[in-house]
Design a protein around this ligand. Structure first.
Ligand code: HEM
Length: 448
């Protein structure tokens, strides 16, 4: 017989907030050991949520998608991305903009990007010096930023792009540690008192980014050039049911969202992949053997089909969720989940981490074992690195293709080693999770 409500963490809400900001993985591990795979937390100044690590319950949430609002649960991201960001939208507007943004990130379009991704990776690799350690996360961020800028704007050069790249990176680096991330969660720190305050500096960079995006929008409007296949052109050409086009503010927030969501995440996951591959010489050897078997002159899309490479990417995404939990799902009316009755306005946080570390689904979950994905299939609620339902990551297909192509290009060309022997911890980086220190590696020689 189930009780009326799941267990609730009893520590003070300010203490829960500090722990959630500083170590969201340790937080979930600790309380799931105490309370099981569904429990409530209360974060001071933010509110209560039910953390769900039970795949059946998550499936129930995905199945009843239309009974939840998600956009308004992402309120914390508003100061960063703007109120018109896809992740803050709900209902008809969310559906419409998602439909508009899906095609450039899927299907045939991806094939067109494949060669470009390999080329960008080759150019980056050609600058590496033998035996000179570098932070792989920063390098991966350069590659993924270049990729997403090309897809979003359809261009890869010009003064504006050269300005935008370092600005976006330094803007995101402003929340590269738990302490620096706290300003995203603590509203009293969100005061723009000029550039001597962290928030003031953050806002200043954001204004500079807005100006560059606005200049791009204005230029495209002046040229009346909305015919290209890039994301900005598609958004500019789109009309709603009343024939209304998107305003400049709407375009700007959406561009920023895609730039933000579309490159840090992929770069972080790639750096974890390098970390694990280089810690396991047997896995590296298997991968290089698989890549060599393709021979020269293969189509980049053949790389995407390679079973070991695919399994390595899947296992990396299992072990290292890029966000501590999926976007909040707020029940629009009372709802039954996992046998409990919840009232309207209950917020659910399906936890990628808790599901991906379940012993019953992933035996020895702390071990990097790509073969598990060759041995069995997982349902959408058992394996959810990209979320699910109508909020599933817009860029999941691009991200997976990009991961495979970048790994394949580098691993087939270079011999690499980790530059440090110590285990690397997961650390909060803004709303995301990343390897502390970014993973230092170096090339020891060329293979071809
Ligand atoms: C390894 C890389 C990536 C991972 C692990 C990842 C993961 C996620 C997750 C977990 C969500 C939340 C889904 C939910 O709550 O159900 C999400 C949403 C989203 N992602 Fe990704 N993502 C990645 C790359 C990308 C890329 C390349 C793009 C570029 C288009 C992108 C754009 C988005 C957008 C726009 C949303 C919001 C979707 C909505 O609210 O409808 N992501 N992503």
């Amino acid at each position: 017989m189930l009780s009326q409500e799941p267990n609730s963490i009893t520590s003070p809400s300010w203490w829960q907030l500090i722990n959630w900001i500083s170590d969201p993985i340790g937080f979930q591990r600790k309380y799931s050991q105490k309370y099981g795979d569904i429990f409530s937390m209360h974060l001071s100044g933010i509110g209560s949520s039910v953390i769900v690590g039970n795949p059946q319950a998550i499936q129930e949430i995905f199945n009843q998608d239309s009974k939840f609002d998600v956009g308004r649960g992402n309120e914390l991201a508003k100061p960063l991305l703007g109120e018109n960001s896809l992740i803050l939208l709900d209902g008809g507007r969310h559906r419409r903009e998602r439909k508009l943004l899906m095609p450039p990130f899927h299907g045939e379009k991806l094939q067109a990007y494949a060669k470009q991704i390999c080329l960008i990776t080759e150019q980056t690799g050609s600058q590496w010096q033998i035996n000179q350690p570098f932070v792989v996360r920063s390098t991966m961020q350069k590659i993924s930023l270049e990729v997403i800028l090309q897809i979003v704007f359809g261009l890869s050069q010009g003064e504006r792009y050269e300005q935008l790249k370092p600005l976006l990176t330094s803007w995101l680096d402003m929340t590269d540690s738990p302490l620096r991330s706290s300003m995203l969660f603590l509203r009293f720190l969100q005061k723009d008192w000029g550039i001597w305050t962290p928030w003031g500096r953050m806002k200043q960079r954001q204004r500079q980014i807005h100006d560059l995006l606005q200049a791009e929008i204005t230029e495209k409007r002046t040229k009346q050039d909305s015919t290209g296949g890039d994301v900005l052109s598609l958004m500019m050409a789109a009309q709603d049911e009343n024939g209304q086009v998107m305003s400049d503010e709407e375009l700007r927030d959406e561009l920023l969202t895609i730039l933000f969501a579309g490159h840090e995440t992929t770069a972080t996951t790639l750096s974890w992949a390098f970390y694990q591959i280089l810690r396991h010489p047997d896995i590296l050897e298997k991968l290089q053997h698989e890549l060599d078997s393709l021979g020269n002159n293969h189509n980049p899309m053949e790389i995407a089909q390679l079973p070991h490479l695919t399994a390595v990417c899947q296992e990396t995404l299992r072990m290292y969720p890029v966000i501590p939990a999926l976007f909040p799902r707020i029940a629009k009316s009372s709802i039954k989940i996992a046998g409990y009755e919840f009232g309207a306005e209950t917020t659910f946080l399906p936890s990628i981490y808790l599901v991906h570390y379940r012993e019953d689904l992933y035996p020895n979950p702390q071990q990097f074992k790509p073969e598990r994905f060759l041995e069995r299939q997982y349902s959408p609620a058992e394996y959810l690195p990209f979320g699910g339902g109508s909020r599933r990551c817009l860029g999941y297909a691009l991200a997976q293709l990009e991961m495979k192509l970048v790994l394949a290009t580098i691993l087939s060309k270079y011999q690499l080693v980790l530059a440090e022997d110590k285990p690397i911890k997961i650390q909060r980086r803004g709303f995301t999770l990343a390897p502390k220190g970014g993973v230092r590696i170096m090339i020891t020689g060329k293979r071809i």
